[in-house]
Design a protein around this ligand. Structure first.
Ligand code: C6P
Length: 433
């Protein structure tokens, strides 16, 4: 597309830059004294003062272990911890408070389902359906489950432009399919998958669905009842919250029927020397002392996101993404991974065959102050299918601006020019070829 054919920016869809002032780290300078441009949000996001303050306040005024002590601080901590559960419930519109299980992150949430539901319900001859665009966190636990139980793992293919191949999905779904485990937004391609359609078709075939929502919950409204998903996993650190905390949502009836995965304190009703009876939900899946302060920090992040508005965040990211995509697309030597802007969320990965993505990212950091991610982004099979081993990824969030995208594009133009003499448009292997 010639530069003149770029879509004009609709500035009414951009968020006010006033939100940036809430993020102290964004005034850091890196790389030759240039202002930091943080475009590594799909890996982990930054924290507004409101989240940092909420966590500091607990440490300074309310901290004690939860659900244990009959003393004021324990009561205060417990109240804040359980208020956080209610906020997370409302955030994803779960029907019941106890359908929200706090874990250490999306990876732990998915492993909990694989170990608890999987070991109890999956056996030889059964099939688990995943897609080739899964993050390792939504692939390896199912490989392990298949190895433990004798079940088979099947992989939905994608189209040449990096979307799920719904025909391949329909062909693979069968009465043998026990579970469909699928990412809602690919962390590498940015593809927004048609979750309602995927879930309806799985249910019609008698299969359950786990949604890896690590990249969607932070960026767009999530309604688990409208989706009708059976399980959903996400992490606090990708939505302005701290690391070490996340959520497993599960439908009440499923969670109720599942055996506890980890054993220890808090998850029991009564313990004898040889036996125990598990606690009710949600405690049954929260063995040991939980990440108390991170949970409270995550709930402050939920407040913050709701204050900005998830729809507004999504619209803002769409503007930045289209702007960036249309300019990268005409950059000689780059190959953008994944679909056109209308099918993608706020991230863009690309391959450049003249240098390794690590070197590309290093120059962007050192000379332009731009932080991006380089490597396989924990999607090695996906990269392999595309005929590459690594890519460079820019991912946006509510605090990024058009000027920052320009700084990134300036860096990309400089790197590609540096390697221009032998640079040429790379022809990517199409997954369906
Ligand atoms: N992706 C990225 O840079 P944890 O590490 O448990 O918080 O999240 C794991 C995970 C699961 N699913 C998807 C789609 C993800 O993107 C991630 C984390 C980061 O893309 C770190 S590899």
């Amino acid at each position: 597309m010639p530069a003149s054919a770029t879509t004009p920016i609709d500035s009414s869809q951009l968020l006010s830059p006033k939100w940036r002032a809430d993020f102290p780290i964004l005034s850091e300078e890196v790389g030759h004294g240039r202002p930091l441009v943080f475009l590594d949000n799909a890996a982990s996001t930054q924290h507004p003062r409101q989240v940092i303050d909420a966590m500091r306040d607990v440490y300074e005024r309310d901290y004690a272990n939860v659900h244990r002590g009959i003393h004021t601080l324990s009561e205060r901590s417990t109240e804040l911890y359980e208020q956080a559960r209610e906020k997370c419930r409302a955030f994803i519109n779960a029907r019941h408070f106890h359908e929200v299980i706090f874990t250490s992150g999306a990876t732990a949430s998915i492993n909990t389902v694989a170990r608890s539901w999987g070991d109890a319900n999956v056996g030889p001859g059964d099939e688990i359906l995943v897609t080739i665009m899964e993050h390792h966190s939504n692939l390896v636990p199912w490989q392990q489950l298949a190895a433990r139980t004798g079940a088979t793992l099947r992989h939905v293919r994608m189209t040449g432009d990096g979307r799920l191949n719904m025909q391949s999905y329909a062909e693979l779904l069968s009465e043998r399919t026990k579970l469909v485990a699928v990412v809602s937004i690919s962390n590498t391609l940015g593809t927004i998958n048609p979750m309602r359609e995927i879930i309806q078709q799985a249910h019609a075939a008698g299969a359950l669905v786990l949604v890896d929502a690590a990249q969607s919950v932070p960026h767009m409204t999530t309604d688990v009842q409208a989706l009708d998903c059976d399980f959903l996993a996400f992490s606090g650190h990708k939505m302005l919250g701290p690391s070490g905390v996340g959520v497993l949502y599960g439908k009440e009836a499923l969670l109720d029927a599942m055996p506890p995965f980890l054993g220890g304190g808090s998850m029991i009703n009564e313990v004898q020397l040889d036996t125990f009876t598990p606690a009710e939900l949600p405690a049954k899946f929260e063995a040991g002392t939980p990440p108390i302060v991170p949970v409270i920090g995550m709930s402050a992040a939920v407040d913050y996101l709701q204050n900005v508005g998830l729809e507004a965040i999504h619209r803002h990211e769409q503007q930045l993404t289209r702007y960036c995509f249309e300019r990268l697309e005409t950059t000689e030597g780059l190959c953008i991974l994944g679909p056109a802007p209308e099918h993608r969320a706020g991230l863009i990965s690309f391959a450049f065959d003249r240098i390794h993505s690590h070197e590309f990212a290093q120059v962007l950091n050192d000379q332009f102050g731009v932080a991006v991610r380089a490597g396989h982004h924990c999607t090695q099979p996906l990269h392999r299918v595309m005929g590459i081993t690594a890519s460079t990824r820019a991912s946006f969030y509510l605090y990024n601006t058009l000027e920052e995208v320009d700084q990134f594009l300036e860096g990309v133009a400089a790197v590609t020019k540096m390697f221009a003499p032998r640079g040429r448009k790379r022809k990517r292997k199409k997954p369906d070829e």
